[in-house]
Design a protein around this ligand. Structure first.
Ligand SMILES: [Zn+2]
Length: 511
């Protein structure tokens, strides 16, 4: 009896070893085989998802998106709930492994930027198949009625690239592994954000409600584009972001530029002087105290950047640029510095709207991109001190009657600014995931210390214990946020293989 029992145990043990080896070895092949056989169905489900309009302020449609997701993941054995905290819906879901299984938490968002349909080559919420990026002159649209999909074709629709693909690809990976009897023992949790493009304004409230549901060993942030070189990358950080609006003042009514030019202070010119004072000629921020608390870039991070394929020359040619802001500084290094971007200026009119007047006011909007160590209130204080040093009276209101208008600067930080996030490059999880991803066999994975864009990852850092890395899947030329947003089918298929490999690899590593 005893002998039989231990023999049985031995065979169970042997079986586990064999099946776990099979998983580790075959997850990619299993996923590839699956997406090749099921491409038509997978792409058509992606199309159905993209056809539901998803601008975050459109709550009715956002609830329809959430319902689609719940049904979609429910068919793969996920339990789920839709939660709100005064804004758009979030979907929280879980597919449990055994009690001793490791847990991976996956983040993606299902809202998209607002659209101007007249600018699109095909309607943003009528997903359309194209031979290439529609912005390419020779691209043409195709019928959906295809027996096979060329991986270089694109699906064009809002959120094709940013960020509806991860849910579809992850579920296809799970389908593939389950159909092959190779689903690894892992708990998969999802937090799907319905308001990321608005800055996830209620995410803090959501996390208060569901933090207990999101306990995990590792969190994967599935958003953003792959490296411009087309290489897969493991991204360790994002920049913080905040918006600051500026308004300068001239006479309290428009003045004739002939009668008063040279005499009345011009708010357009005041504004330009203020804006130009923010950086020196070499593009570096000159605001005192602005960069004091910046966490220095470590040697390992510099080495990782240096090891990345340089895309500067090809990008400049693609974008029609001759120079970049700081001569000789590559893109990946530039985005590790704090940035002040003048994102818009308005004062008077140009072209057929131009009039010969000195305007009562002029406005600019700044986007500040933060790096680790910087905080939104400290940057606002540094900017205020900088402008005061130039003789301005700075406040968040219009000038009062007792103050001279031309010395008044109205400065308002929009709500929702947040700090940067970066996982340590020498964290165990980074090395582990690199080994897993390199096991895909096609190319070596790049380790990217930070991406240029911003996500409110700091909230997860504050509320959860799991180490966080960002795993993008979209092609870099996905036109995200703009017209003709697209996903290259190759990226969808590669993502299915990648998720299968990651789930199996993490399960083999254990909690
Ligand atoms: Zn996104």
């Amino acid at each position: 009896m005893k002998q039989t029992h231990s023999t049985v145990r031995f065979f169970i043990f042997l079986g586990l070893v064999v099946s776990s080896l099979a998983q580790a070895k075959n997850a990619v092949d299993i996923a590839r085989d699956h997406h090749q056989k099921n491409a038509v169905r997978i792409v058509s489900e992606f199309r159905d998802f993209l056809a539901i309009p998803n601008v975050a302020s459109d709550l009715g449609n956002m609830m329809d998106n959430a319902a689609f997701i719940e049904a979609y993941v429910g068919r793969r054995g996920f339990t789920s709930k839709v939660v709100t905290a005064g804004g758009a819906p979030y979907v929280i879901a879980e597919k449990a492994g055994s009690a001793s299984a490791p847990t991976v938490l996956v983040y993606a968002h299902f809202d998209g930027q607002p659209v101007i349909p007249s600018q699109w080559s095909s309607p943003p919420f009528e997903p359309t198949l194209w031979t290439d990026n529609p912005l390419q002159a020779d691209a043409r649209s195709l019928s959906w009625d295809q027996e096979q999909f060329d991986p270089s074709w694109r699906v064009v629709a809002r959120s094709a690239g940013d960020d509806k693909a991860p849910v579809i690809a992850l579920m296809a990976a799970i389908d593939a592994l389950e159909a092959a009897g190779a689903m690894p023992d892992i708990t998969v949790k999802l937090i799907l954000d319905g308001e990321e493009e608005r800055g996830s304004p209620t995410l803090a409230g959501i996390l208060e409600q569901v933090a207990d549901d999101l306990v995990a060993d590792i969190m994967l942030f599935c958003d953003g584009p792959m490296h411009q070189s087309g290489r897969r990358q493991l991204v360790l950080g994002v920049r913080g972001s905040m918006t600051v609006d500026l308004k300068t003042f001239g006479p309290n009514r428009p003045l004739h530029s002939g009668h008063y030019g040279n005499w009345a202070p011009n708010p357009n010119e005041t504004l330009m002087r203020l804006l130009l004072s923010l950086k020196d000629d070499s593009g570096r921020v000159t605001v005192q105290g602005y960069s004091n608390s910046v966490t220095p870039v470590s040697e390992l991070e510099s080495t990782a950047v240096a090891a990345m394929p340089s895309v500067d020359a090809i990008l400049k040619s693609e974008l029609g640029l001759g120079d970049n802001e700081v001569e000789g500084e590559r893109l990946e290094a530039a985005i590790m510095r704090p940035a002040i971007v003048v994102r818009g200026i308005s004062g008077g009119g140009v072209g057929d709207k131009a009039r010969n007047i000195i305007e009562p006011y002029a406005e600019a909007s700044l986007n500040l991109r933060l790096v680790p160590g910087q905080s939104p209130p400290a940057l606002l204080a540094a900017l205020k001190a900088h402008f005061e040093g130039m003789g301005m009276v700075v406040s968040d209101t219009s000038p009062s009657p007792e103050n001279a208008r031309e010395r008044h600067l109205q400065m308002v930080a929009r709500p929702g600014g947040y700090r940067a996030f970066r996982t340590a490059i020498d964290a165990d999880v980074v090395g582990d995931l690199k080994v897993i991803l390199d096991g895909l066999g096609d190319q070596e994975t790049l380790i990217t210390p930070t991406m240029g864009g911003s996500l409110p990852i700091y909230l997860f850092e504050d509320n959860l214990n799991a180490p966080i890395v960002i795993l993008p899947v979209a092609n870099h030329d996905n036109n995200q946020h703009g017209r003709d947003e697209n996903l290259r089918l190759r990226n969808l298929f590669d993502a299915i293989e990648m998720y299968a490999k990651v789930l199996s690899g993490l399960a083999d590593k254990g909690p």
